[in-house]
Design a protein around this ligand. Structure first.
Ligand SMILES: Cc1ncc(COP(=O)(O)O)c(C=O)c1O
Length: 428
């Protein structure tokens, strides 16, 4: 046998050098010069992971400059409300900064239970369970409620966390064309013929996060009843936004009692972090005990819970906020349209302005808007965020935007749109 010194002297250097596991080779391709992300960074127009230095609701400080925020989901304008901040601070004094455990064991506070009761009542349902984010809510609910031989019918434009839920579920997923009830019906008929024993769940965003389109809840309810399927709505952009009192997309159509499960997030209207699902008591208790992300992940921090409780109070007391949000949403949609922009299928305070298929134009457009003091979210056809290969400037509004803010945003868009030759030609 060779002694180690002799062995080393006859081995090539590469054989001795620690080799990187091959699984990481894709990361080098991702970051190689000329690849998408390094290319956009090199152009100086990379718009993502931008640091915001201060947030004052409709105003933010970016690169030491004040901008009008038209790219947040702070629909009710409560994220920097002094009453909400005070409630969060008081919760930290009483309960500390974090729960350091899951709801199942040491992470349940009395305010978690209070919030669950408040939300069940608010949504006119028997029961509610909280999750630590909206993403985890949809993942957790779908994973918990579906089993091996079931079929999930999922809208093709559903949010990524619904897709993640279908991926962790042992059930099969059949995707239907976006908002296409006829296609859904055909898939349900097919399931009836080929898999008559399968239990069925239909799942859709209540308001679609990129287009601002409201789901066709009445037709979904009818088809779900006809085929004995459960209907689940992800109301992340609907609770605190649409429906009487902000009770969401089913209430908007006066159909709350016909929908089995409604999920929501606290990261938008409720200016916090966390999520929830409401439904009948047994279903909710089952989810509470069976959703892995609920049992095996730490619960919502106290300040986040107190924030939501305070936002809920304000939503119910200050009804002008929802009225103003809708007034703004109508004003902006009409303003963009009359300037000659294409606002896709928007029906909510999410108003996408279609830029076209050229991503570089989109990044330049975004940068020109920022230069004019307007912060929006550029969404390009990368990683499938928007269907149909479209680039959009996703704009979204707060009840607290002033008329002057809105006119300023429209004027900046008109100016930049004219510069890019986008006005009046449908911007496609
Ligand atoms: C439709 C939809 N569902 C769920 C989520 C996830 O919510 P959260 O930010 O609470 O994880 C989002 C967030 O963007 C969303 O748009």
């Amino acid at each position: 046998m060779l002694r180690s010194q002799e062995a080393a002297s006859i081995m090539p250097d590469e054989a001795l050098a620690p080799r990187e596991p091959s699984i990481f080779s894709k990361t080098h391709a991702f970051m190689a010069p000329g690849a998408f992300v390094p290319d956009v960074i090199a152009s100086g127009l990379y718009p993502y992971f931008r640091a915001i230095e201060r947030n004052e609701g409709t105003r933010a400080i970016v690169d030491s400059r004040e901008v009008i925020m038209a790219g947040s989901n702070n629909y009710l304008g409560l994220a920097s409300d002094p009453r909400v901040k005070e409630a969060a601070e008081l919760a930290i004094q009483q309960y500390g900064t974090g729960c350091t455990g899951s709801r199942f064991l040491n992470g349940t506070l009395d305010i978690h239970l209070e919030l669950e009761e408040r939300l069940a009542t608010f949504m006119d349902k028997q029961a509610c369970v909280l999750f630590s984010t909206g993403y985890m809510t949809n993942m957790g609910v779908i994973q918990a409620i579906t089993s091996k031989n079931d079929i999930i019918f999922s809208d093709k434009d559903n949010h990524a966390c619904i897709v993640a839920g279908t991926q962790v579920s042992p059930a099969d997923t059949w995707r239907f064309r976006h908002n296409d009830i006829n296609h859904l019906r055909r898939l349900l008929e097919k399931a009836g013929q080929e898999r008559p024993e399968a239990d069925k769940l239909i799942v859709t965003d209540g308001v679609f996060s990129m287009s601002g389109r409201i789901a066709r809840v009445p037709e979904l309810v009818a088809v779900a009843e006809e085929f004995n399927a459960a209907l689940m709505l992800d109301d992340a952009h609907a609770v605190g936004v649409i429906g009487p009192g902000g009770c969401g997309s089913a209430a908007y159509f006066d159909l709350a009692d016909k929908v089995s499960l409604t999920t929501g997030t606290f990261s938008k209207s409720f200016s916090s972090l966390g999520g929830f699902v409401v439904g009948d008591r047994d279903i909710i208790e089952y989810i509470r005990h069976m959703a892995s992300v609920h049992i095996f992940s730490a619960s919502m921090p106290p300040s986040c819970v107190a924030t939501v409780l305070k936002c809920l109070d304000i939503l119910q007391e200050e009804t002008w906020r929802l009225e103003r949000l809708w007034e703004i949403s109508h004003y902006m949609r009409e303003g963009f349209k009359s300037a000659g922009f294409n606002v896709w299928t928007s029906q909510a305070p999410i108003i996408p302005v279609v830029i076209g298929s050229n991503m570089n134009t989109a990044f330049q457009f975004w940068s020109d808007l920022l230069e004019k003091g307007i912060f929006v979210n550029p969404v390009v056809p990368w990683r499938g965020a928007v269907a149909g290969g479209l680039s959009i400037m996703r704009t979204s509004y707060m009840a607290t935007h002033t008329d002057e803010d809105l006119d300023h945003i429209l004027e900046a868009f008109r100016h930049v749109g004219r510069h890019h030759g986008l006005l009046g030609n449908g911007a496609m």
